[in-house]
Design a protein around this ligand. Structure first.
Ligand SMILES: *[C@@H]1O[C@H](CO)[C@@H](O)[C@H](O)[C@H]1NC(C)=O
Ligand SMILES: *[C@@H]1O[C@H](CO)[C@@H](O)[C@H](O)[C@H]1NC(C)=O
Ligand SMILES: *[C@@H]1O[C@H](CO)[C@@H](O)[C@H](O)[C@H]1NC(C)=O
Ligand SMILES: *[C@@H]1O[C@H](CO)[C@@H](O)[C@H](O)[C@H]1NC(C)=O
Ligand SMILES: *[C@@H]1O[C@H](CO)[C@@H](O)[C@H](O)[C@H]1NC(C)=O
Ligand SMILES: *[C@@H]1O[C@H](CO)[C@@H](O)[C@H](O)[C@H]1NC(C)=O
Ligand SMILES: *[C@@H]1O[C@H](CO)[C@@H](O)[C@H](O)[C@H]1NC(C)=O
Ligand SMILES: *[C@@H]1O[C@H](CO)[C@@H](O)[C@H](O)[C@H]1NC(C)=O
Length: 771
């Protein structure tokens, strides 16, 4: 770098620093402004002079601020309240007696049906519980609300609302009590935290009521528990019968997500009510940045729910295929990744050189003229450096008018790219994956004739575009195709392990269908969700771990109905130990991001198999004390433990706690950590104990270890477990002996308990070698 250039860049740096300095200063000034805090109180420390806890909460608050408003008080998820405080007030409140923690609010985001057949639910209806017991199960959904007019909420044939139900149908903009029925038994909305931060809800854009103006909440709710609707389709695509996983379960909607996001004070208030209302399953297709469990509202609320016997199913996130990209990893949450179905929506690109490339699309409307059309790469039709992405206002009309335009995937919404091409005068679009998405094909209901192609096809099409002086193309739509093999494969977007908070707990737990899923939709928006999309549809096809999570929520409802006495941990164990790691064609499930077999960091225990999960034989159960011991093993302080567990728990200082003692249905062993506790002679020996509970008939199980590696030896003692009665518990110990392993390698194994007849236990084992 020349001296002059250096000086110039120094100046620039100086200016940037100066700017930062100014903004830091204004940040400091802003500290006088209020933010939302969630205040956890140690209820057991309430002074005797108070006769109820709310007066005590108010007194604590007024001791630091006489003007702060109380947004919510919480009774079930935690003892405490949320309020607006300055940073100074928050700090002085934290030092008051009886305060466990004062945590700043976090913002969460949404993790944006042929499924029943794919999961084998159609052929085995008789295996599932009588509709009477299923209709006692209530699934609570925290999301963008509900479109009650959806046909999926038809309550024909359902008996009275379960007597356990204590919830409400809350009245608000365009929503009355008559919008609830025997299927949609409750609907509430939570906006105080949102409005305290972002100002009053703009009712010209979204309803201040449980009404869903986004579509996401209606989609997730109807996936979990929608009634059977015949003749469902999106513009004729995926036509057939749409139904949720648990068609006779009841739905309760808790609207916590608004245009600007989902705020933790509202999420906690909704979970607080859902626990009070007596839901049996909570489905949450949202997530936020990763933080320790005592700071994470979803983890805190889920702990209270778990203690009440409510299974909490959450999406793993859409930040894949990078490692360590998971959300919602607390061991008392069921964390769900996404796989594909055996259904596709093919739409071919045919090039002027005679070659064809297959893609996918949900476009319906006027087709392209039946001749080859001029074809251009967006990067060659724009003056900006990222012109290839087709961002708003970046295409030069003269260069795209009347042409098909190739845009690269990434940054802005896929459907928006189509809208940008259309606005600039383009007549069609080819959307090409880049390395981030590989060969994963997500179909969209584009506003113009368009198809999405994988990275390999995209690269081939680009080399044609760059080498031909007069490139041409056309797009041919072929409707819906089923029976696609291999399926399932792990979606590239599905977030991956290892678990960044507790690497010893393998996450995700399972995968379920999350690509191109059809379910109910809101009448307020079109299928693309774009403001310019004036189309209205009863069903929409969208993708994300947001879609896989409610599949597992619905399956958990089925299992709860079949086994009302099972704990959330037992239900999750049944789903995990019976999950498939092979496709229907017998080959190992693949990762679409690599084209190679997927690993437990991608698929957890595997793809859910609900029919097998009904009768797992054995389960790994967990109760509240097990989870508190786990928190002790994390070396959390008493305040941190009680922020999660609410009661006055203390760890026994004479006891040795270990994270790996948690009776989880999988093992994850970070070898580096293990090595520090092992001997220094090159081999590491780690022993773990697990306890199985018999939930089947009396039987004798024998163990088989399937290992892919020579460098780690696995032995199990005893190798036979005999159960003579129901609910009997038996333990076994696994010894892992690791020799020297190459750095940064992972190896995987399975421990299988089988009774030799029909029950087959598979346990995932992972070694995460970080040396
Ligand atoms: C919490 O438990 C500890 C140990 O059992 C006890 O010493 C302490 O007094 C308890 N605190 C309250 C407020 O009950
Ligand atoms: C109210 O809901 C109906 C559907 O029931 C819808 O047609 C109408 O546009 C909605 N009105 C507002 C203001 O959102
Ligand atoms: C490409 O697809 C079109 C339409 O399906 C077909 O007519 C043509 O033969 C195909 N060409 C090749 C090379 O596969
Ligand atoms: C079009 O863009 C590609 C990639 O950016 C570039 O290699 C090529 O030279 C461009 N073609 C024209 C005609 O500008
Ligand atoms: C793009 O660049 C060309 C040549 O540099 C210029 O003539 C044209 O006006 C620019 N167009 C836009 C939309 O900026
Ligand atoms: C939880 O389970 C453990 C081990 O099975 C048992 O020792 C303990 O008593 C149980 N605790 C509760 C509160 O049920
Ligand atoms: C907790 O502290 C113990 C003793 O210092 C240590 O051995 C252990 O690794 C710590 N556990 C975690 C999860 O940090
Ligand atoms: C258990 O599952 C494995 C595949 O995971 C299969 O090879 C084996 O035959 C099964 N055993 C029994 C007893 O069903």
């Amino acid at each position: 770098m020349g001296k002059k250039a250096m000086l110039k860049s120094l100046t620039v740096i100086f200016l940037i620093l100066g700017f930062c300095y100014v903004s830091v200063a204004s940040e400091l000034r802003k500290n006088g402004e209020r933010k939302t805090y969630i205040v956890h109180m140690a209820k057991s420390e309430m002074p005797a002079s108070f006769d109820d806890h709310t007066t005590w909460y108010h007194a604590s608050l007024t001791s630091v601020s006489d003007s702060a408003e109380m947004l919510y008080t919480y009774n079930n998820v935690l003892h405490g309240f949320s309020t607006r405080l300055t940073a100074e007030e928050a700090q002085s409140l934290e030092n008051q007696p009886g305060i466990l923690s004062v945590l700043p609010e976090l913002k969460y985001e949404l993790h944006t049906t042929r499924t029943p057949e794919f999961l084998g639910l159609d052929k085995s209806a008789d295996l599932f519980p009588e509709s009477d017991s299923l209709s006692e199960v209530i699934i609570g959904i925290l999301d963008t609300g509900i479109w009650p007019e959806s046909k999926s909420f038809d309550d024909t044939g359902l008996g009275p609302v379960p007597s356990s139900w204590k919830g409400q149908c809350e009245v608000g903009t365009n929503f009355t009590t008559s919008n609830c029925n025997r299927k949609l038994i409750g609907a509430r909305f939570f906006s105080r935290g949102y409005e305290a931060t972002l100002g009053p809800i703009d009712e010209s854009k979204e309803s201040k009521s449980p009404r869903d103006d986004d579509g996401h909440g209606t989609h997730t709710s109807t996936t979990a528990g929608g009634s059977v609707v015949t003749g469902a389709s999106l513009f004729g695509y995926a036509s057939g019968t749409a139904r949720g996983m648990a068609t006779r379960a009841r739905i309760a909607a808790y609207k916590v997500c608004w245009i600007g996001g989902c705020f933790s004070s509202d999420i906690l208030a909704a979970m607080d009510k859902a626990i009070y209302d007596n839901v049996n399953v909570l489905s949450m297709s949202l997530g936020g940045g990763m933080s320790d469990y005592y700071r994470d509202s979803v983890a805190i609320g889920a702990f209270a729910a778990m203690e009440k016997g409510i299974l909490v199913s959450c999406s793993a996130g859409n930040a894949g295929p990078s490692s360590y990209s998971l959300s919602n990893v607390a061991p008392w949450i069921t964390t769900v990744g996404a796989g594909t179905l055996d259904r596709d929506f093919p739409a071919f690109v045919s090039l002027g050189n005679g070659l064809n490339y297959s893609g996918v699309s949900l476009y319906r409307g006027e087709l392209l003229p039946s001749k080859m059309l001029p074809f251009v790469y967006a990067g060659n039709a724009s003056n900006v450096t990222n012109g290839n992405l087709c961002m708003m206002g970046t295409l030069i009309s003269e260069k795209v008018s009347g042409k098909i335009v190739l845009c690269d995937r990434g940054v802005n919404a896929r459907v928006q790219k189509g809208a940008v091409v259309k606005a600039a005068g383009g007549v069609g679009m080819v959307l090409a994956n880049t390395a981030a998405n590989g060969e994963e094909l997500v179909a969209d209901a584009h506003l113009l004739p368009a198809t999405t192609v994988g990275q390999k096809s995209g690269d081939a099409i680009k080399s044609y575009l760059f080498s031909d002086s007069n490139p041409t193309a056309t797009i041919l739509f072929e409707g819906t195709k089923v029976g696609i093999e291999p399926s399932p494969v792990v979606a590239a977007f599905s977030s991956r392990g290892p678990n960044s908070i507790t690497p010893e707990i393998l996450k995700p737990d399972v995968i379920a269908p999350g690509v191109n899923i059809i379910a109910g939709w809101s009448g307020s928006v079109g299928p693309t969700g774009l403001a310019i999309d004036t189309r209205r549809v009863g069903f929409n096809i969208i993708s994300g771990t947001s879609m896989s999570c409610p599949h597992v929520s619905g399956l958990a409802a089925l299992l709860k109905a079949a086994h009302p006495d099972w704990s959330p941990a037992a239900i999750r164990s049944a789903l995990m130990t019976t999950a498939n790691i092979a496709c229907k064609n017998g080959e190992m499930i693949q990762d679409v991001a690599t084209g190679k077999p997927s690993t437990p960091f991608d698929h957890g225990a595997g793809h859910v198999d609900p029919v097998s999960a009904l009768n797992p034989g054995l389960v790994y159960d967990l109760n509240i004390s097990d989870y508190v011991n786990f928190l002790c093993a994390l070396n959390y302080t008493t305040s941190q433990i009680n922020s999660v567990a609410r009661k006055n728990f203390t760890c026994d200082s004479s006891k040795q706690y270990s994270v790996t003692d948690l009776n989880y249905p999988s093992f994850a062993i970070p070898l580096q950590a293990a090595l520090t506790g092992g001997n220094s002679g090159g081999t590491t020996v780690v022993k773990h104990t697990r306890t199985l509970t018999n939930v089947g008939l009396p039987a004798t199980y024998k163990v088989t270890v399937h290992s892919q590696t020579e460098s780690v030896k696995i032995s199990v003692v005893p190798d036979t477990l005999s159960f003579t009665q129901q609910n009997e518990k038996k333990s076994y110990t696994v010894t892992f002996t690791a020799g020297s392993m190459p750095a940064n390698t992972n190896s995987f194994a399975r421990i299988e308990w089988s009774d030799g007849k029909h029950i087959n236990e598979t346990l995932v084992v992972v070694f995460d070698v970080v040396l």
